[in-house]
Design a binder for this molecule. Structure first.
Ligand code: HAM
Length: 429
């Protein structure tokens, strides 16, 4: 036997036993998004590398260290998308989705980051995200937070904490960055290598360093809030007031700066203490300059994305139990003639009851072993076809334990109606 090919590090398979949680979460989240007026957009997983450099930022960890980048046969630099906000903006501009429009968009799919894999942190992971274009804050910012709070309620996810902060734009931001740079320069000897590099590239990112020895210094750093303009302060206060009105608890965290450069106003994360180091389940914020920066017209924008693997891990921790899907009909055939006639017969029953799960045993096996499999499958009925039944153009319908009743012989011509009578009315799932 040759050696099996192993999977790529950090790229998990999601096995069928996990899927009920995924389907439940996907269904409920999409239902909420669509109810708030968001429409799905699907963009490719590959984009030109320049898109991510110009949006997320050249100096961010995501772009400088974590992208899967390669040269195409045509000589272009392409990257697997590490997130989808940049692609949404690109599609919005190039497909004319944003011009003079208010647009609410959501997306779902795999993202790729070359991070050190560990529990809750992968190199391929799924995000569901939402973006609203053409709507200035603070109402739509609050709508996002209220919508997310509703999603947590729908999923019965307890214990998520909302951390929120406001990043300034233009002058205030520049003055703050300079002030931070001076502050940390004054403590150069205490800084680790990463932070020294960020002094030049993006001192804001030192604020969310996890290095233990830096925490005191970071706590003493001048707060961003002092550098916000009056308008920015009022905008942030209005979002918080709407959260208060809706009874959404939050924790204003001046150190929350996020790892992407495009944010210009409110930023937030929903965090959990139940998943170890990977505590962010969802993150986002306002990014009013990105559409213009990527070649579109000035368009205000706000959005977020949640990590599905982390969400599913949380769902698995709760009481949610999801019964695996069971077939309702199990089809048993013995002998070549029965197998051949049975194929078409089962198709006819499927035509009549298209959403009922029916499983054919398939292949070989004695009558006895096939019936044992039928019993084990949890199905309500076994349909049995052997040489004798074929000769008489009949099929045996055997109720399995849960359904009760006697086995009956049903003519092929009557089988569809018979099965509709047995299964059609009740519980079509
Ligand atoms: P982000 O904070 O980089 O934001 O990612 C959002 C969420 O994706 C995180 O909170 C986390 O749950 C999940 N996530 C990120 N990296 C990984 C990973 N390596 N493994 C598993 N899960 C991960 C964004 O991506 C922005 N595009 C959000 C946004 C949309 N901002 C505005 N609009």
């Amino acid at each position: 036997m040759s050696k099996a090919i192993t999977p790529i590090k950090g790229m998990p398979d999601i096995v069928p036993e996990q899927m009920p949680y995924w389907h439940l979460a996907e269904r409920r989240i999409k239902r909420v998004l669509e109810a708030y007026g968001y429409d799905e957009l699907r963009t490719p997983m590959l984009e030109k590398t320049a898109l991510f450099k110009r949006s997320i930022g050249d100096e961010t960890d995501i772009v400088s260290k974590e992208m899967f980048t390669f040269e195409s046969r045509g000589g272009d630099s392409l990257s697997l998308r590490p997130e989808a906000t940049a692609s949404c903006v690109r599609a919005g501009i190039t497909r004319g989705l944003l011009h003079n429009q208010r647009r609410r968009i959501y997306y779902y799919g795999p993202m790729f980051r070359y991070e050190q894999p560990q529990e809750g942190r992968y190199r391929q992971f799924y995000q569901i995200g939402a973006e609203a274009y053409g709507l200035a804050g603070p109402d739509v910012d609050a709508e996002m937070l209220l919508m997310l709070a509703r999603i947590w309620r729908e999923l019965e996810l307890p214990g998520l904490v909302l951390k929120i902060n406001c990043l300034g734009v233009s002058l205030g931001r520049e003055r703050y960055v300079e002030t931070l740079r001076d502050y940390f320069r004054g403590h150069l000897a205490a800084l680790d290598e990463d932070s020294v590099r960020r002094l030049d590239t993006n001192p804001l990112r030192i604020l969310d360093s996890k290095v233990e020895s830096l925490q005191g210094l970071i706590n003493q750093a001048p707060p961003m809030q002092d550098f916000l303009s009056d308008d920015e302060q009022a905008y942030f206060a209005a979002i918080l007031a709407r959260c208060d009105d809706a009874n959404i608890a939050y924790d204003v965290d001046p150190r929350l700066v996020r790892g992407l450069d495009y944010y210009t106003g409110m930023v937030f994360e929903w965090q959990t203490d139940q998943l170890g180091a990977q505590n962010a389940v969802c993150g986002g914020g306002r990014y009013d300059q990105l559409v213009k920066q990527l070649g579109g017209r000035d368009t205000p924008a706000v959005g977020w994305a949640m990590g599905m693997e982390r969400l599913i891990a949380l769902l698995g921790l709760g009481d949610a139990t999801i019964p695996p899907a069971e077939a309702r009909v199990y089809f048993v055939t013995v002998g070549e003639a029965a197998a051949r006639a049975g194929t078409l017969l089962l198709e006819k029953v499927r035509d009549a009851l298209p959403s009922v799960r029916m499983v054919a045993h398939g292949g070989t096996g004695s009558f006895k072993s096939q019936l044992r499999a039928a019993d084990k499958s949890g199905a309500e009925y076994a349909l049995i076809l052997g040489d004798a039944e074929v000769e008489q153009r009949q099929v045996a319908v055997k109720p399995l334990r849960r359904a009760g009743g006697e086995q009956e012989l049903v003519a092929w011509n009557d089988l569809e109606q018979h099965m509709i009578a047995l299964l059609g009315e009740i519980n079509t799932q």
